[in-house]
Write a protein that binds this ligand. Structure first.
Ligand code: ADP
Ligand code: GLC
Length: 498
């Protein structure tokens, strides 16, 4: 089976969040199951710099906005990739510094509609072997709004591949004005309620949902949530009326990259069976990396960690409100790594200035620091308001860093509260085969996303932390859970088969 996997970011070439991780690890898991995968993404400047080598494999002539453009297709290799990487090279739109979606000033690139419409057009053409290189896709697997138009461009192609669209986050819809739709000269037949039109705008996300043969999202619970008004961003009707083709498949994690036994980015490796002294030594290294003297008291005090995009989705505002209370009432310390909204970054810096020994902050994107935080913290904070899947809680569980999460999306499907019986965690159980071993408690779950509930749950976690026996049991449960792609990759193949 030939699968063209289209994405707007992929680790380690270019990543802004979990989509980058999944775009690397899922295609590799598919390759292990003998699927012939080609990965395709735009030839951003930063990606070209990362590659070992690339060559031109052909040119596509694509007409967008009334202009015929010569788009070069590159085939690249990189030591960490087991499959060829195809790049859609159109310098005017992709040869830019930095972030794939936004300008350095934080605003979206003004020509994003044109950029991702052209990319999607190229993906559709490649899937049909318009390059005449003898590789025609059986399946085109698209991800998020940036690739939403692929399915639409293929709609009238009689020999088209099966179209799969995965929603990683419904909050980002790829919405553009009617004027932009007209300017790009996209087919007028698309402009309807059953097409790309969404409250008077063009929605590339809706295009992916409407025109694809199957729609997936990244956890079973999120698949249900997005069919409701609370999580659907107005698309709940579109989604629930298409529930026959909608399913939730839990993301896996790349156990070569995120494995405390082999992780080369952490100073001390450890396993579920032999956690200490490795984990404790990482804690010391983590504290020292922020210039803190890691004496006995500091090492014994619980350390809470957080890595993530500093946006409302992640519940970071609740964490900011909770911090002063937690510091006043307990001996816990906190370390936070992230980038995002400027006002959140500023508030974190202020907390660090006020409590330099107890609130440790790194504003920026740094993978090595993220790995050390996962390895060296005791508790991971992830009280997201919604979370399609979430990878960080799974990384934390694998590293014996017990997560505090809100009961939503993929967090509900992966974290079982210490006080919960397995029967209560119906969604988690539903996500697993009945013959599989029942999941065991591995963390702390808020029932509602608010600051009071977060503080209460942190206090509950901190009092469990005092009880070394209970804590170790939870850590063992967490670290022996299977988060590999093995099962989920199989579920995607079933969907590819139709
Ligand atoms: P989302 O995709 O919504 O951002 P996920 O939990 O699925 O959330 O994935 C986030 C990924 O991005 C994880 O691999 C996480 O470690 C990484 N990440 C986020 N922010 C940073 C940062 N500031 N430095 C390093 N890694 C980060
Ligand atoms: C999105 C979601 C996150 C998910 C990731 C990968 O960025 O916010 O929950 O884990 O995609 O699917």
């Amino acid at each position: 089976m030939k699968v063209l996997f289209a994405t707007s970011e992929v680790w380690p070439l270019l990543k802004t969040g979990g989509l980058g991780d999944v775009s690397y690890s899922l295609p590799h898991a598919l390759t292990e199951k003998n699927i012939d995968v080609r990965l395709v993404l735009p030839a951003y400047r930063d990606v070209l710099h990362e590659l070992d080598s690339f060559k031109t494999i052909g040119w596509l002539q694509l007409n967008l906005a009334g202009v015929t453009r010569d788009v070069r297709i590159l085939e690249a290799t990189h030591e960490q990739f087991e499959m060829p990487i195809w790049l859609v090279d159109y310098q005017q739109l992709f040869d830019r510094e930095g972030n794939p979606y936004t300008h350095a000033n934080g605003h979206d690139w003004p020509d994003n509609a044109e950029r991702f419409a052209l990319f999607s057009m190229a993906v559709a053409a490649l899937s049909l072997d318009k390059l005449n290189i003898g590789w025609k896709a059986d399946v085109v697997h698209c991800n998020d709004w940036q690739t939403g138009l692929v399915a639409a461009f293929l709609d009238h192609e009689p020999e088209r591949p099966r179209r799969i669209f995965t929603i990683h986050n419904l909050a980002y819809s790829g919405s553009f004005s009617k004027e932009e739709f007209n300017r790009l000269k996209l087919p007028s037949a698309w402009w309807s309620m059953e097409g790309v039109e969404f409250y008077g705008n063009l929605s590339m996300l809706k295009a992916g949902i409407v025109y694809s043969d199957a729609v997936t999202t990244v956890s079973p619970t999120y698949a249900k949530e997005i069919c409701t008004a609370e999580f659907g961003y107005g698309l709940e009707g579109v989604l629930s009326s298409r529930s026959y083709k909608l399913s939730g498949i839990l993301n896996g994690i790349d156990t070569k990259v995120w494995n405390p036994a082999t992780d080369s980015l952490i100073p001390f490796n450890f396993t579920a069976q032999r956690r200490n002294p490795g984990k404790q030594k990482n804690k010391k290294a983590l504290l020292e990396s922020y210039g803190i003297t890691a004496d006995k008291d500091k090492l014994e005090a619980p350390l809470l960690g957080l890595v993530g995009r500093l946006v409302e989705q992640k519940g970071i505002d609740m964490v900011l409100e909770a911090i002063p209370r937690i510091l006043a009432e307990t001996n816990a310390n906190i370390v936070i790594i992230g980038t995002g909204h400027a006002y959140i970054e500023a508030q974190l810096n202020q907390l660090n200035q006020k409590y330099p020994e107890r609130v440790l902050v790194f504003i920026g994107y740094d993978e090595e620091k993220a790995h050390l935080l996962e390895a060296g913290s005791d508790i991971f904070l992830m009280p997201s308001r919604f979370e399609p899947c979430g990878l960080n809680q799974m990384y934390s569980l694998s590293y014996g860093t017990l997560p505090i999460v809100n009961r939503t999306g993929g967090l509900a499907d992966t974290v079982i509260d210490i006080g919960e019986t397995v029967a209560e965690s119906a969604d988690f159980a539903a996500a697993k085969d009945s013959e599989e071993q029942a999941p065991k408690p591995n963390g702390f779950v808020l029932d509602k996303a608010n600051t009071e509930e977060l503080i209460k749950t942190i206090m509950r976690a901190l009092s469990t932390f005092e009880n070394k026996k209970s804590w170790q049991k939870l850590q063992r449960n967490a670290m022996t859970q299977d988060f590999s792609w093995e099962k989920s990759a199989g579920a995607y193949i079933e969907i590819y088969n139709g």
